[in-house]
Design a protein around this ligand. Structure first.
Ligand code: SF4
Length: 361
């Protein structure tokens, strides 16, 4: 089984914290969609395996007309697709739009809610309101979507623990099946990082951020969600199949500007530049950069991806690697499960990136 990821790099407005590849040149959407269709036709048979998952991500896929979403999904062919996810900005949601993308084949939504507090949404430069986010979920449910994920952010400037608790409660009241939750990151070069560096933002301290994360894990566990990846929580049976295949090493084809593909031990990627991508596909000269993963790369990926999940990783085989793991187990940052796998403890999850760096070779 394999997956297809399609990147839609358009955003109506740039969020202040974002360092993803995206553009506000909406006037280029039509030629971009035509180019995507060409790339799909050319590459969808790169794998002999049936396409089980499709993911339309961005950027903001919901900046496209629903008719374009349908053309993209028709071009891919959904005969074997079990999960077809589309990211949606609440500001783009209408009852009609949700009905038409569902009819086009989308069966899972990932809605970029981020917060239910308008002042916090405004502070980080999101273009939607809390009411629009709630309406989007209700309309999606009314349209028949029964697999809905929302993104929620914590450690936002000035955010209090009580505000965070309220956000989680509002999310639970919505009756959704999946939550992805990330602490705000101050990425280099973003507008928010500049504001932090000039002292015009009240930044949340690390202890408060950890307290917010621990509350999130505990509250969602009590509500019946499985914490299956460091930032992802799902009701039983609603884990993201597409993202789980990234973590499992399942092959996937990445379509669109900046999209990455993975097949065999080869990772390749399209240029993250709109002009280079469009002209490259249309002239038949697009060169995807690629790298072949070495045994060392594969070991490091296994650590990096495996420790993020609740399945963890198998016992290391060499004595030197085992010693590193034992040290972290002694320190209470990793633990062995009953089936002899190694997973991060709650304390370990707070500093997971540092643990991973420590274990990589
Ligand atoms: S909508 Fe998403 S991709 Fe676009 S600027 Fe905001 S965070 Fe970045």
């Amino acid at each position: 089984m394999a997956g297809i990821y399609v990147h839609i790099p358009f955003c109506k407005k740039r969020c202040l914290y974002c360092d993803f590849f995206s553009t506000t040149l909406l006037e280029r959407r039509a030629e971009y969609v035509e180019t995507l269709l060409k790339e799909i036709a050319k590459r969808k048979n790169e794998t002999n395996e049936p396409i089980r998952t499709v993911y339309l991500g961005g950027g903001t896929p919901s900046t496209l007309e629903s008719s374009d979403i349908k053309r993209i999904l028709d071009a891919i062919g959904l005969e074997n697709a079990e999960e077809v996810t589309m990211e949606l900005n609440p500001g783009d949601a209408t009852e009609t739009y949700l009905k038409t993308i569902q009819a086009a084949g989308v069966n899972r939504l990932s809605i970029g809610v981020q917060s239910f507090k308008d002042h916090l949404l405004h502070l980080i430069g999101r273009r939607h309101t809390a009411k629009q986010a709630i309406d989007a979920v209700h309309w999606a449910q009314k349209a028949g979507f029964d697999n809905i994920s929302i993104d929620l952010m914590y450690a936002l400037p000035t955010q209090t623990i009580n505000q965070w608790k309220e956000d989680i409660q509002i999310a639970l009241n919505l009756g959704i099946q999946h939550i992805s939750s990330y602490g705000l990151m101050y990425e280099e070069g973003t507008a928010l990082t500049k504001m932090r560096d000039t002292g015009s933002l009240e930044v949340i301290d690390e202890d408060t951020e950890n307290e917010m994360y621990d509350y999130l894990c505990e509250r969602l566990k009590n509500a019946g969600f499985e914490h299956y990846e460091v930032s992802n929580f799902a009701l039983p049976g609603y884990e993201s199949k597409h993202n789980s295949s990234y973590w499992d090493g399942t092959p996937y084809i990445g379509i669109g500007a900046g999209a990455h593909s993975y097949m065999g031990n080869i990772r390749s990627w399209n240029p993250d530049n709109l002009n280079a991508y469009i002209s490259g596909i249309n002239s038949g000269t697009l060169q995807r950069e690629s790298e072949t993963l070495t045994d060392k790369d594969i070991y490091n990926e296994r650590i990096m991806l495996g420790l993020r999940t609740h399945r963890g990783i198998s016992e290391p085989t060499t004595s030197q690697h085992r010693a590193n793991f034992e040290r972290l187990i002694q320190n209470g940052l990793l633990q062995r499960t009953e089936d002899k796998r190694i997973v991060a403890t709650q304390q370990g999850l707070h500093i997971l990136n540092r643990i991973i760096e420590d274990l990589m070779i």
